[in-house]
Design a protein around this ligand. Structure first.
Ligand code: C2E
Ligand code: MG
Ligand code: MG
Ligand code: MG
Length: 279
């Protein structure tokens, strides 16, 4: 009896695995087609100077326009793409698109200032990210200072020795480096000092908490103090209300990004946005 039960459990487990494996295979097939058919778009979300409300630059955020399912957000396909290596062609596409878009705006006398691109772990250890960035900048003949890359705190702090030289080489090109989702991983102060970091992006989980939650306030203050004493730029992510913006400004945070200022926009809409926010 015990044996039969064991076998049933085993069969059930097998069947479930098969369904999961099939779902994964079909998701991978869709993603491969998306790459071949160029179904990705780059959207842009402005970053704003909190005191002057001036436009400082924008973060590039990928979207997948599936012909059947419509617009698919990055969290629904980037994790899989990171696992199976498809993030490499996807990441290259984003970098090229961002540089091409910047060039186009430049030609139209629009100043996109600085564009930030999210770079995933595998792009560091499974491709030559320095060469990719360098080639992109020279292909489009644009200044390196227009580009910032965002690397998550989690990935950076899990691989500090491995990526230090790569980050240095990127910074050497004139490209700046931001730690994304700051505060959600475990940063070592030693690595914060050793790694070439220009910008800390405070994760929106902490911004959501202010100004009503005392612990959230304490964390935001601590990050701002750290940023100013170590000479980092600090950008608050996920600013959704005027109250949050005012509070951040009063605490000495100079830069913000979030729905309160503008949501991520498709290229054409962001182009109009640039036309209306000159200077
Ligand atoms: P992230 O880099 O931290 O990007 C910020 C995310 O917060 C974006 O989500 C943005 O739409 C969202 N956001 C901005 N302001 C607000 C706000 O006020 N409230 C709320 N609730 N959310 C806000 P999105 O575009 O869905 O991207 C999610 C994540 O996907 C990104 O987080 C990033 O980790 C990843 N991602 C996006 N594009 C790329 C890419 O080109 N390459 C890679 N490797 N990852 C990407
Ligand atoms: Mg980011
Ligand atoms: Mg972030
Ligand atoms: Mg994130």
């Amino acid at each position: 009896e015990a044996k039969a039960k064991g076998r049933n459990t085993y069969c059930f487990y097998q069947a479930e695995m098969t369904v999961k494996a099939q779902q994964r295979l079909s998701a991978e097939r869709d993603l491969r087609r998306a790459i071949e058919q160029k179904e990705f778009e780059v959207w842009y979300q402005p970053q704003i100077d909190l005191s002057s409300q001036r436009f400082l630059g924008a973060e590039a955020l990928i979207r997948w326009r599936d012909p059947l399912r419509g617009l698919i957000p990055p969290l629904e396909f980037i994790p899989l793409a990171e696992q199976n290596g498809m993030i490499l062609p996807i990441g290259e596409f984003v970098l090229h698109q961002v540089c091409a878009d910047f060039k186009e705006w430049q030609a139209a006398q629009l100043n996109a200032k600085r564009l930030s691109v999210n770079v995933a772990g595998p792009q560091f250890y499974r491709s030559d990210i320095v060469a990719t960035i360098k080639d992109c900048l020279s292909e489009y003949q644009i200044p390196a200072g227009m580009l910032e890359i965002e690397v998550t705190e989690t990935f950076m702090m899990e691989n500090p020795q491995e990526i230090k030289d790569i980050l240095l080489a990127i910074q050497e090109l004139g490209v700046t480096i931001a730690i994304d989702d700051f505060g959600t991983g475990y940063s070592s102060l030693a690595y914060l000092r050793e790694l070439p970091i220009d910008t800390l992006k405070i994760d929106r989980a902490f911004i959501r908490d202010i100004p009503s939650n005392n612990k959230g306030i304490a964390i935001v203050r601590a990050i701002l103090a750290l940023g100013s004493s170590m000479g980092f730029n600090v950008v608050a992510e996920g600013v959704e209300t005027q109250e949050q913006s005012d509070f951040l400004q009063a605490e000495g945070c100079r830069k913000g990004q979030g729905y309160y200022f503008a949501k991520p926009m498709p290229k054409a809409e962001f182009t109009r946005w640039l036309q209306n926010h000159e200077g």
